[in-house]
Design a protein around this ligand. Structure first.
Ligand code: PBG
Length: 335
């Protein structure tokens, strides 16, 4: 610290710069902008949309509405959306083979969105098998074990068909070891050198994903199962840095921390250590908590949402996946 000439109180009064709105604005260290937002969208293979009870205000978008949502994102200046399919139960199998069908719901939706909005909006697709597997796990299962290398082969196929459909960013959320490098090679071999990889690098085995699993319909498939043999334990912090380092070595263009608010320490350490584009996912449980408290009048909805997102920026996030993206973008646009 420099030697402050006049010393502490009463010469120094920290409240001086807080005493006017203009002056508070002037000293602002962190801002939230529309450019920071990624909007996750759930999609379903039927014309009409459906609501998701555990995610108030969020819908599984039907085929009639999803392109309109993407167009709204463009108009609001949201840079990117992330697509998550609620797969029809009849298509879920032990081997999750629907994940590699070039005409599956995600691929058709990517093509429709890209036809409508072109390069105005980045489209992100998850790579993991849980929307397609009858057991709700992100990988292939044999004798109760999640198979690493066999799963990666399927994930590579899934990444290729999504990139073929026009996906801009492949986001592996499965936490298999070594998948980023193999997906990079598979994309390159298929002419997709310019498709980015945003790795869910530090993804925790969290209980905050519950409403998401309702939304994609994987909670009943997963049952009492868990993902602790591949997602990180909430006890770990150095291990998150190791995960991020490996994904970057394997060719990830950007990394993600997930969940968000309970893991701000991880976000800050990752950003400080690696200084690469770092995203954070404000997950479904975080969204549901804020909505539930606001609904009861216990929290001010707008102020707490904005504060939660600003906290991510302060901790070092370059972008935030949030179900509030559309609402927040319209607030920012109004201001
Ligand atoms: C799938 C996936 C999950 C989320 C994003 N991709 C769920 C999980 O790992 O069980 C969670 C997102 C959220 O809770 O909002 N691999």
């Amino acid at each position: 610290m420099p030697d402050f000439a006049r010393g502490p109180f009463p010469s120094t009064r920290m409240r001086r710069h807080r005493s006017h709105e203009w002056s508070r604005r002037l000293v602002q260290e962190t801002q939230l902008s529309v450019n920071d937002l990624i909007w996750p969208l759930f999609i379903i293979d039927q014309p009409a949309s459906e609501s998701v009870p555990s995610l108030p205000g969020v819908k599984r978008l039907g085929t009639d509405e999803v392109v309109a949502a993407a167009e709204r994102a463009c108009r609001l200046g949201i840079p990117a959306i992330a697509l998550f399919p609620a797969t029809d139960t009849s298509l879920k199998t032990e081997d999750a083979i629907e994940a590699t069908n070039p005409d599956n719901l995600v691929c058709r939706t990517v093509r429709n969105i890209k036809d409508a909005v072109g390069d105005q909006l980045g489209v992100i697709c998850d790579v993991a098998l849980d929307p397609y597997s009858s057991h709700g796990q992100d990988g292939l299962v044999r004798d109760g074990c999640i198979l690493n290398d066999e799963t990666i082969a399927v994930l590579c196929q899934q990444a290729i068909i999504q990139a073929d459909a026009g996906c801009d960013i492949i986001a592996p959320s499965d936490m298999m070891d070594g998948r980023v490098g193999e997906i990079r090679d598979a994309l390159d071999d298929h002419g997709h050198q310019n498709v980015q990889i945003m790795s869910y690098a530090a993804k925790y085995a969290s209980s905050f994903y519950g409403p998401f699993r309702d939304a994609v319909g994987s909670s009943t498939n997963l049952g009492t199962g868990d993902k602790k043999t591949y997602q990180q334990s909430p006890h770990q912090t150095d291990e998150a840095l190791h995960e991020v380092a490996l994904d970057l070595l394997e060719g990830a263009d950007s990394v993600m921390i997930k969940p968000g608010m309970p893991y701000l320490d991880i976000l800050q350490r990752v950003k400080e250590t690696f200084r690469v584009p770092t995203y954070v996912y404000q997950v479904s449980g975080e969204y549901a908590m804020l909505c539930a408290a606001a609904e009861r009048g216990w929290l001010d909805r707008r102020q707490t949402i904005l504060e939660s997102l600003l906290a991510f920026k302060r901790a070092g996030a370059d972008g935030i996946l949030t179900y509030f993206a559309e609402e927040v973008a319209s607030w920012i646009q109004q201001d």
